[in-house]
Design a binder for this molecule. Structure first.
Ligand SMILES: [Mn+2]
Length: 426
């Protein structure tokens, strides 16, 4: 399904005067407070978040999966879905592919389709957390950390193959997330497992082209319930340092034990120039992978405060790679992603209007009350008119969810693809 520009203009027309009033009021108020509204709008417009190919169909749980009608059955259809989201929001200008779920058949055609939708190829993701068809060795007891060298070699070779696929698409980052660990005490030798993992990662790192980055993701538990080899940011940081300059830690919001101070982790990693990628989602209990901002929007804002500070002050830290890593099985996946993008933009906008100069003064004077007042003044501001204005200026719609429904996108996708399609590998 292709959305016509004229349709977007028509949708915006009916909302325009209300938006104008709200935007003028907020923009005047922020300008009086010393905020450069044009700069905020510009930053919001430039902020692009990658959509992972596995979030476009309904996700499942370990108990089952409920398909959503009209799901994309091919890589081409997945790119088209990202194109729809990007068209409406103008903030989803990239797709992150999962190999081997999304190996292109025709690279040229896939690249052309992506370009047509103004979609770039973000980090490619390897998969050694499940056994693929027709492979010799099993990852049941781990991949890069396995006690058996032929299993490790197979997992390394898979990652190198993912790099080759990424190269052909014009990607320049590899994300490695390992399920490796143990489910029972005594099952693993921690030191051996970590040493194997480091050596395997070095072998993958050395295979990457000189302009590529390696992102090492961590997670405390699940699928293993006693130990995980790369369990926390410290382990990831250590492994990244062991690989070299272009290896970085990747923070996934859901990959922390409850109440972890994620904003502090972000801040420390950026100080050291080692935060490479960021995965957005939200959770109540564990790695729940639910819609960004649906549970803890204030925590997301505090994280963005550190990200904004780091992007301004830690010039040694590279430009970050943003991705939504959420997937569940109740909502329309595309509406869910639009909600996530909105929540990300909102937290980012609120962080951008924090009065950093006054905050620094209050911190220096140990005026704790004022510090809190400054943060919460920004958080309590309804910044949605700024996000709408950024979208409008970039050619998107004022209200993406409403537009999605008015254009009957899902109905059209069902007509095109059928009721019973299932996204590849879900
Ligand atoms: Mn992730």
């Amino acid at each position: 399904m292709r959305i016509q520009e004229q349709h977007l203009n028509d949708l915006n027309k009916s909302e325009l005067s209300r938006h104008k009033n709200q935007y003028d009021f907020l923009s005047q108020d922020l300008t009086n407070q010393g905020v450069s509204v044009a700069e905020v709008i510009n930053k919001l417009s430039n902020f692009q978040v990658a959509i992972p190919s596995w979030a476009l169909g309904a996700g499942g749980t370990r108990f089952g999966r409920f398909s959503f009608a009209g799901e994309p059955a091919t890589l081409e259809q997945k790119i088209e879905d990202v194109g729809i989201i990007h068209n409406l929001t103008q903030t989803a200008g990239a797709v992150s592919l999962h190999i081997p779920w999304d190996v292109p058949q025709d690279y040229k055609a896939v690249k052309e389709l992506a370009t047509e939708h103004k979609i770039k190829f973000d980090a490619v993701n390897s998969n050694t957390f499940q056994d693929q068809k027709e492979v010799k060795e099993s990852y049941k007891y781990g991949s890069l950390s396995n006690t058996n060298s032929s299993v490790r070699d197979q997992a390394i070779a898979h990652n190198k193959e993912v790099i080759e696929i990424g190269k052909k698409l014009g990607a320049n980052k590899l994300t490695v997330w390992l399920a490796d660990g143990s489910s029972f005490p005594g099952q693993n030798n921690f030191q051996t497992a970590l040493t194997h993992t480091q050596n395997s990662l070095i072998s993958i790192y050395e295979d990457m082209p000189a302009h590529w980055k390696l992102f090492i993701e961590y997670k405390p538990y699940e699928p293993n319930f006693y130990s995980t080899v790369i369990q926390d940011w410290g382990t990831s940081f250590m492994l990244a340092n062991g690989c070299g300059e272009r290896a970085y830690t990747l923070v996934d919001l859901g990959h922390h034990l409850p109440n972890t101070n994620i904003e502090q982790i972000v801040s420390v990693l950026m100080l050291k120039g080692k935060l490479g990628g960021f995965h957005f989602n939200d959770s109540k209990y564990g790695d729940d992978d639910i819609t960004v901002g649906s549970i803890k929007p204030y925590a997301l804002f505090l994280i963005f405060n550190e990200l904004v500070y780091g992007m301004k002050n830690n010039t040694n830290n590279p430009e970050l790679s943003w991705m939504i890593d959420a997937s569940h099985n109740i909502k329309d996946p595309l509406e869910d992603l639009i909600q996530s993008l909105e929540a990300i933009q909102e937290a980012y906008a609120k962080a951008l209007i924090i009065d950093q100069i006054s905050l620094k003064t209050a911190q220096d004077e140990n005026d704790v009350v004022t510090c809190q007042e400054i943060l919460q003044a920004a958080y309590r501001t309804d910044v949605r008119p700024l996000i709408r204005e950024a979208r409008l200026q970039s050619g998107g719609v004022l209200n993406p969810i409403q537009a999605y429904r008015k254009l009957s996108v899902r109905k059209n996708l069902i007509t095109e693809r059928g009721m019973r399609t299932i996204a590849t590998e879900l």
